[in-house]
Design a binder for this molecule. Structure first.
Ligand code: ZN
Length: 291
């Protein structure tokens, strides 16, 4: 199994001009795996700056501010606030907190009001070699203004309930806005990619639990705080990924909180503690001798 995981660590995508993928071992002992070539991201995808951190080979976290540019996300009935603005403010607050603490490197998928394809968001994380991907959003429930609190989504092939299925539809439609094709199931080396994805899904669920543990005393979560949905932005097969719905734009208390500097500071504080606890745990697990 360790052999297989070593192979999975070298997943990457072919360019158009690359030879047809064999999926086999080459002389270097690496296996190369093509994802669906129809959904390959742009060659010229600009990579964001990465903040430095202390220590040898510190882990890298990519924070993704959901929506942006011509995709505003959800709108709040209170003060006409847009999701794309609050996601960027929260993402920046998390980045600043993590950078100041200096235990992990951190990058944002966007630092201004620009449109990015969903697949470009996780592709930025893959090209940077990220160890964790966190996509920031704000929820909306127009027919239930009592709904409030944060929710953490991790990837599931089958959405866990109707609400999650609707969310998947709403968040994924951002790519349709851009006229791009959504990710299809990988056509090559399905089994290897599937195994990598399952490993990432397990680690993603671990991180979701740590985030709840570290942050639920700081800001409110929904009673069903962990949900599963088939979200394109979480589909990097080799990077643990979560989508964090910070609160409800349709709830007056939530929207005031997630828009306030104090609310954003508290969210960033909870997120930083969770990120640092997550990597401390994985570092210790990696050092533990095999039984
Ligand atoms: Zn969103």
């Amino acid at each position: 199994m360790a052999y297989l995981i070593a192979l999975l660590a070298t997943l990457f995508i072919f360019g158009d001009s690359a030879p047809a993928p064999s999926g086999g071992l080459d002389g270097s002992g690496e296996v190369t795996i093509a994802l669906d070539p129809l959904t390959e991201p742009r060659e010229d995808l600009p990579l964001p700056r990465v903040t430095p951190a202390r220590g040898e080979d510190p882990p890298l976290v990519v924070i993704d501010a959901g929506h942006g540019g011509r995709d505003p996300g959800a709108a709040s009935p209170f003060g006409e606030r847009l999701e794309k603005h609050v996601t960027l403010a929260i993402a920046r607050a998390i980045r600043n907190d993590l950078a100041q603490s200096g235990r992990v490197r951190v990058a944002l998928t966007r630092e201004d009001d620009r449109y990015l394809l969903l697949q470009d968001r996780y592709e930025i994380a893959r090209r940077l070699g990220a160890d964790l991907f966190i996509s920031i959003h704000a929820d909306a429930a127009p027919s239930n203004d009592g709904a409030r609190g944060a929710t953490i989504y991790t990837l599931s092939e089958v959405a866990s309930d109707r609400h999650a299925a609707l969310l998947a539809q709403r968040e994924n439609s951002a790519d349709l806005v851009g006229g791009a094709r959504l990710s299809q199931d990988p056509t090559v080396n399905v089994i290897l990619i599937d195994l990598a994805q399952r490993e990432s899904m397990d680690v993603s669920a671990d991180f979701a639990r740590i985030l709840y543990r570290e942050a639920s005393s700081v800001f409110p979560f929904r009673p069903e705080w962990h949900r599963f949905a088939s979200l394109v932005v979480l589909k990097a097969p080799d990077i643990p990924s979560v989508l964090f719905e910070s609160g409800y734009l349709t709830n007056e208390v939530d929207v005031a909180y997630i828009h306030s500097p104090e609310g954003q500071r508290q969210i960033a504080d909870g997120m930083r503690r969770a990120v640092e606890a997550h990597f401390a745990r994985r570092f210790l697990a990696a050092r533990r001798p095999e039984a």
